[in-house]
Design a protein around this ligand. Sequence first.
Ligand code: 6R9
Length: 666
Amino acid sequence: MNAPTSAIESVLVENRVFPPSEAIQKAARVSGMAGYEALCAEAEKDYEGYWARLARENVVWSKPFTQVLDESNAPFYRWFADGELNASANCLDKHMGTATEHKTAIIFEADDGQVTKVSYRELLERVAQFANGLKAQGVKKGDRVLIYMPMTIEGVVAMQACARIGATHSVVFGGFSAKAVQERIVDVGASAVITANFQMRGGKELPLKAIVDDALQMGGCEGVKHVFVYERTASAYSKVAGRDMSFAELLAGQSTECLPVAVEAEHPLFILYTSGSTGKPKGVQHSTGGYMLWAKQTVEWTFDMQPSDVFWCTADIGWITGHTYVAYGPLAAGATQIVFEGVPTFPHAGRFWEMIERHGCTVFYTAPTAIRSLIKASETDEKVHPKNWNLSSLRILGSVGEPINPEAWMWYYRNVGAERCPIVDTFWQTENGGHMITPLPGATPLVPGSCTLPLPGIMAAIVDETGNDMPNGAGGMLVVKRPWPSMIRNIWGDPERFKKSYFPEELGGKTYLAGDGAVRSEDRGYFRITGRIDDVLNVSGHRMGTMEIESALVSKTDLVAEAAVVGRPDDLTGEAICAFVVLKRPLPSDPEEAKALANELRNWVAKEIGPIAKPKDIRFGENLPKTRSGKIMRRLLRSIAKGEAITQDTSTLENPAILEQLGKTH
Ligand code: 6R9
């Protein structure tokens, strides 16, 4: 076999295996493959019985459920439907009177390095007080509250406080634009917004409240009656009388006791927007009962969480990973966790390693993009290499958000984990609620670049277009054949799109389609994710729809006639966004002019969606390559974006000169 020439090829020939050490295996919650297989067998034998057991063990129910799975209106599955609970009580109240009450819940490290700690008792009091503040302003069960906050204790408190009173939160990542905030406010029908005056990132003070103000002025946001503002910095911000209120005003005089509101298991705990194949982001609606069950259980299984652990998930609360593995799961499991406000490269690219040492972090969970950028930084500057810090507290490492290439995996394993810490490469999606396919640290032999095996009870499979199972070694579409408790319940306000996107008729209408391609290894049956099979890109672990970026580009009507967006592989960000643009004016002949136009378009996209959606490459042409029926030849564009030789049939092109034009990046 030829030597591997790319990350993809080296995955194909990957044959290194790292079994769990005796010590880890012995002490783990799920011990050895025998432990894993016993759980799988239990789920296989009595599916509902298995989930009912986990639901009773992991969740405190204020009213116990008697029904487990209701498939009568599939694919609108219902779990534990007659049970009642409160998510915040499951994260906080249940620890009162136990050894966890005075344990540190959150170690917060601010951008500037300042550290604040809160115990479970203190966190409960803050959440209760905040919940009372919301109630006093008329926010109630069933209302939707949009949260646009920095990574702070206050961000977690805001989410928990909504959950406490049964209000459904919709968190928007602080990097999204005013337009994106407005669209989400309108779609979700928010009656209140919780934000901060500014956020601190990399030593810079960036506005949040001003962006909310812009969003609210764009129209359709009349339903928003309140904006609650966390004064993160001392800087002034503009306040609209009668609508805006600082946290200090909201909390003044409020009691630190607040009874949690019991909600039905299916009550929507949150709605989180994510990109799909069409232009409009999807409001992924999650339940309370099934979601909480899996948030806690996966923290305990995948990270083998023990009472002495110090967990750190670096994801922002604006993403699903920050929901399940910052705001809910670790608290439900009674863990101590680190919450970090800043960025991994400020004030230097050794910040993560420094913080692991400072706080004695034992379980560290981050994204391949971060690892790759820190590898690069440590190659040019020895001083930020992890070897400069004492990382001996670490016992488990995790990866999430995109495929981790074996090279990055090996670097992480050697330089961060000292060849001692298992790496759990966790595959899952916003729609899944929690981990789906992942190694268990005390059970699964690891193979770099593979997310290995589905968690017990997750009936993942690989099928062809008509739903036939593919043999190991043959690639296909990743599906889940049975509903599971933490799965998406609906696309907010769009049940038809929910059915079409996730439960296509071609697969019988009841099988969950993940939207990713995958292949199982011939020897172990391990899963390896090969990437999205739809028009969704994964840039630095962030999901971006190509159509979303295309609509943003063509909405610049004075400049853009037509646009097509594709992804191309990128060493650092996994995928990079490449936009092909037809201008409403002659092709720029001067390279400087082309560059200026490209930058204008990048800034436009940043304004429309957010900086994460800025195309890396912009290419101008007099036309786009199309088939006779007028369809854009996306495969051809993908080849051009990669800089590959064109092997496709281009005889139908009306104007072959455009291939050369589109070959130039600006
Ligand atoms: C949790 C999260 C989901 C998409 C998913 C897939 C990719 C996530 C992965 C992975 C390979 C992993 N993805 N984890 N691919 N290996 N361990 O990231 O959710 O933002 O919805 O993205 O990310 O393509 O479909 P989300």
